[in-house]
Every structure is written in structure tokens, then in C-alpha cells.
Design a protein around this ligand. Sequence first.
Ligand code: F6P
Length: 362
Amino acid sequence: MKTIAILTGGGDCPGLNAVIRGVVRSAVGTRNWRVIGIEDGFDGLLTGLKTRELDLKAVRGILQLGGTLLGTSNHGNPLHYPVMENGEVHWMDVSEQVVENFNKTGADALIAVGGDGTLKIAQRLYELGMNVVGIPKTIDNDLKATDVTFGYNTAVGVVTEALDRLHTTAESHHRVMVVEVMGRDAGWIALESGIAGGADVILLPEIPYSIERICDAIRRRRERGGRFSIVVVAEGAHPLDGDRVLQETAGKNRGGVDRLGGIGQHVAEQISQCQDMEVRTVVLGHLQRGGTPSPFDRILGSRFGVKAVDLIAAGDYGKMVALRGRSVVSTTLQEAVGSLNLVPPHGELVEAAEKLGIMLGR
Ligand code: F6P
């Protein structure tokens, strides 16, 4: 009988509970193993050992719930951890301490569910000799080694519904609605929900925009009788000659990661100066991460959980589960964290959007 541990790290996303349930049902229910949950991501292995027993009863009724039963954290990165020495903050790699604490749990292997940051930590722990398997999670869908991450499908659904609702009010008031959505480095959410929601302009981190061209596009649409416009902006979008807009720079509370936000308002101010329709901004923010996962994400999360347990049963560590085509497969953590899955600026999806008459800022 094995004991395995699972943690969820980084920003939460819909489908995490489906993964936890999939792991427990497969490990406890099918294989008669024991599962321990580590609370609040890697914090649960750093700031005191925070664990809980995950038996079949603990995962009952959670499939349809958003968030994560175990809690998570997107600060406290063990590879870049603030340690106070002589009244000064020093950023240190404390992963050996994580291994030490993990060994105290008595677990044979760890399943780390997370995005790029969490999987990089998982890779480091594997290099230090820990038995680790990764599961890719992020609404941004920016992980290279899988066709899609769970959570993304739900987020696209939430944004599409918001765009449908904003369409009716934009049309009634003859306004330009600028909608800021998540997507730090990759604009998948903006692009796919923008296409699904009939956006007129979509701005992505991968395609620096020209505000003059956006204004031209809105004015031309107006001349053709379009008395409103919907502009979808990914939080990581930026102009040709400028940087991303930050709410907060990386600091000790941010685990070395900048907090983005504000580009929607910035673009809205510029659009209101170049044409005469009223402009409003909506920031969808964490609405995109919360709430009920879509059936697709529940199924993918469940399959990923089962596959991670299969990898542990085979002693196949240092791997991440992934979706390729219609199959759940495994790949190395090394490959998974090598580079990001960005929107190809001249790919089929972008070109289809342009042929549909959507303006992409260029
Ligand atoms: O990585 C997912 C993500 O949704 C990013 O798009 C966004 O920048 C980030 O999380 C925001 O995280 P938080 O506000 O929870 O720190």
C-alpha cells in the first residue's frame, strides 16, 4: 500500500476539485492506497506542515465545485523565497527544506497540480530526488506540453457569457465597451472568447497594438452603421511603443511575480479621445477563475487525476500528464516548463479572426 500526497499551487482554477477527486477515487477507491492533502500549495510544506487525510468521504460532492478543497497560494515560491537575515530580505532557494518537510509526511510521492511556477518547483524537487508527478492547471492555457489545460474552457465560457451580456447594453447606449480579461503572457482567453462573443477588437500580449489603428477600426465600423463596439483586451497586452500596465511590481508578497491590471482603462481613455461614442471599461478579473467548472474541465481534470496515479503506480516520476489530441498522455516536467504556449501571431486562429473582420490591433 502506497501513501501519496497532493497539493494545488498558484492561482486557483475551475476543475481543481475534479482532479483531487480523480486522484482520491483512483488511488484510494481502486488501488487501496492512502492520500494526504497538503494545504495552501507549497506553503503547506514550508510554513509548518499543513496536511489532511483525503479519503473517499472527503471528496464526496466536490466535482461541481470551483476553487480547491486544499487551498492554494501564488506567493511563497520555494525557489525564490524571502528570508530575513540581519534585518534584510534575502531571496533564497529553500527547496531542500521542502524535501525535508515532505519526507516527514511519510508519503512515497507527490502530485503537484499547478501552472508554470508550480511545475518549475516540481521539476526542482524531482532533481533533488523527490518522486514527483505534475498536473497542468491554468485558465491562461499557456503551458506548452499539453494541448489544453483544465480551467481554460470554463474561463472562455465565463468571458463569452459576459460579452453576450455587454453586447446588449453597449448596443442600447451606443457605447464602446472595453473588457479586460486575464492572460499574462498568452492571449488565448481574449482571442477565443472574443471570437465566440463577437468582439470587434481583440488585443493580445503576443501582438503589440497601435491605438491609431484601433481608433480607425472603430470609426470605420461607426461609418458602416455600427453604433457600438466591443473591445476585448488581455491584461498582458501592450502598445507597440510601450510596456504592460502593472498594478503592483514583484515584491515579497508576490513571489517574484508582477501583478498586471489596468490596460483596459488605459485603452478606454485613449479610445474616448479619438472618437465620439461614450466608452466604458469592465474588468472581469477573478470572475474568470471562480465558480462551477464546465463539463469539459470536470472530465479533463478527472482524467488527469487518474493518469497521475497511473504514473505513480508505474514509478514513472518527473513527468507531467498532458492532453494530446483526444488522449491523455505523459511528458517530462522538463519539457513542460521549457517555454510557454503563446498565441502564434500568424497562426490559423489569428488569421481566421482577422478574416472575420476582427481587428487585432495591428
Ligand atoms: O495565471 C492565471 C492568472 O489568472 C493570470 O492571468 C493573472 O495575471 C493571475 O492569475 C492573477 O493572479 P492573482 O490576482 O490571484 O494574483
